[in-house]
Design a protein around this ligand. Structure first.
Ligand SMILES: [Zn+2]
Ligand SMILES: [Zn+2]
Length: 476
């Protein structure tokens, strides 16, 4: 289905002003050359929720900056937030998104320094489009907005340039790090510099930036690695019916699900570009609480899904992660080879110690390509502290890694860095097959029974909160 222009009950005003017009919406910038402006306004109701509402306009030649002023109200109804964010499309491609909460935004997109969330570069003449992405329009009082776009041909300061960093690959081994984080290029308070500093304080080997629906922070992120820390790139597709991490890309991925483009199409497109696709936090409550946060794509339950973030943020007291583990076990029992990931989903520099889950990956080298290749094969476990080595040993002495198939032989587990009251569990075919007091360290061996299809190790504290979990070893 083709998108209609202005299909909603928007009462829009479109005005084009010349040099001598006075427009109260033009921001107070030093615009001594071209003055051009266009204004839209509209009213949205509950039935306009979860739409990409386009506003098209023709940008004249010779501009160096577009200035967008956007405002809407009410901010909240009965304690819940409206959320209508902006995405901007130039004739030659997406220029970014402002996936963030403020109800009054001033955005500059220019050939110089642009507002975080948007990429700098030439202001191409031609048909542009700004979408209002109506993540939440609450029932009750209608939402009223104004969107004013003005142009400047003032000289702009030079855009910042970043030189990509190089991390020495280091060779095959275990590497730990985070696959899911945000900066102020979307809705976080952290800068990329803050994120990388925090990752170093956690002694991570790698950290990925995955801002909501924008790649504008990745160039700076790519400049911040060194031999001690690999920086990785991605984007969190923050759709109306679920979030997905697309890892290993530097180009924008069109996150808009439409009648003619479902999540399978988006996954296929991302993977064709070499990306790794992970369903994020499938059980985070959606609706008024966090529109789109709950995974609702029936075509990927699991369909072609191969990676599932079962551990988002901290585990403590959080049943949403437990629900994700149970869904994953169900899919494994159905015969799907789906692997688990952890994602800190960090937005702010933590002010207190947090028990966040991270990934410990056996990769051929410390590089984005090899870390993601290992994740796709399930060569990783998730942990907030415990160190695990869970592997199979074939009858002729071959080692079988997490995510691989053990035809016959033994399952061997070594662990360390656990707590005195922690319990270890061997989970087979989704059921508890053995339980043991973990103490600080130890090792165990099991011989698989004929009906064993897959095995996972969990480490839990005395409250039942997960502290570590492996990917499965398939058996038989
Ligand atoms: Zn998310
Ligand atoms: Zn996120």
């Amino acid at each position: 289905m083709k998108e209609q222009l202005y299909p909603y009950h928007i009462n829009f005003l479109v005005s084009i002003f010349n040099l001598f017009d006075v427009d109260p919406y033009i921001p107070t910038r030093n615009q001594d050359t071209t003055m051009w402006s266009q204004q839209f306004s509209g009213t949205l109701s509950e039935r306009d929720c979860q739409q990409h509402i386009p506003h098209q306009f023709d940008v004249p030649a010779g501009l160096t900056a577009l200035i967008i002023d956007y405002e809407y109200s009410p901010a909240e109804i009965d304690g819940f937030k409206n959320l209508c964010t902006l995405s901007v499309y130039a004739p030659d491609g997406c220029r970014g998104a402002a996936h963030r909460d403020p109800k009054k935004q001033h955005i500059v997109i220019s050939s110089g320094d642009s507002t975080p969330g948007f990429t700098s570069g030439a202001i191409t003449a031609g048909r542009w489009q700004i979408d209002i992405d109506s993540h939440m329009v609450l029932p009750g009082e209608p939402l009223r907005y104004t969107l004013t776009i003005s142009g400047s041909s003032d000289p702009q300061s030079a855009a910042p340039t970043w030189t990509s960093s190089i991390t020495a690959p280091r060779g095959a081994g275990w590497y730990r790090g985070n696959l899911h984080s945000h900066t102020f290029h979307s809705d976080a308070s952290m800068s990329a510099t803050d994120l990388v500093r925090w990752a170093r304080s956690e002694n991570f080997d790698f950290v990925a930036l995955t801002d909501h629906n924008t790649i504008s922070g990745l160039a700076q992120m790519d400049s911040l690695g060194a031999d001690d820390l690999l920086v990785m790139g991605g984007i969190e597709l923050t759709t109306f019916y679920g979030h997905a991490l697309v890892m290993g890309v530097r180009d924008w991925i069109d996150w808009r699900v439409r009648a003619d483009r479902n999540m399978l199409d988006i996954q296929r497109e991302a993977e064709a570009r070499g990306a790794t696709f992970i369903i994020a936090h499938p059980f985070t409550p959606g609706g008024k609480y966090c529109t789109g946060c709950h995974w609702e794509y029936s075509e990927m339950m699991p369909g072609t899904a191969r990676l599932l973030e079962i551990w988002n943020w901290t585990w403590d007291g959080d049943s949403n992660n437990q629900d994700a583990v149970e869904l994953w076990y169900t899919w494994l029992n159905q015969g799907y080879r789906i692997f688990a990931t952890a994602g800190n989903d960090i937005h702010d520099v933590p002010t207190e110690p947090l028990r966040l889950g991270f990934n410990v990956v056996y990769a051929q080298e410390l590089s984005e390509r090899e870390i993601l290749a290992a994740i796709r094969k399930g060569h990783n476990y998730l942990s907030s502290a415990p160190k695990l080595n869970f592997e199979g040993r074939t009858l002729d002495g071959q080692t079988i890694l997490l995510g691989e198939q053990l035809p016959a032989g033994t399952l061997n587990l070594d662990w360390a860095n656990c707590g005195d009251s922690d319990l270890g569990k061997l989970i087979v075919n989704g059921q508890q097959a053995a339980v043991f007091a973990a103490k600080s360290a130890g090792s165990l061996h099991w011989t698989p029974q004929p009906d064993w299809k897959w095995a996972v190790v969990e480490i839990r504290d005395d409250q039942g909160n997960l502290k570590a979990i492996t990917n499965p070893i398939f058996i038989g």
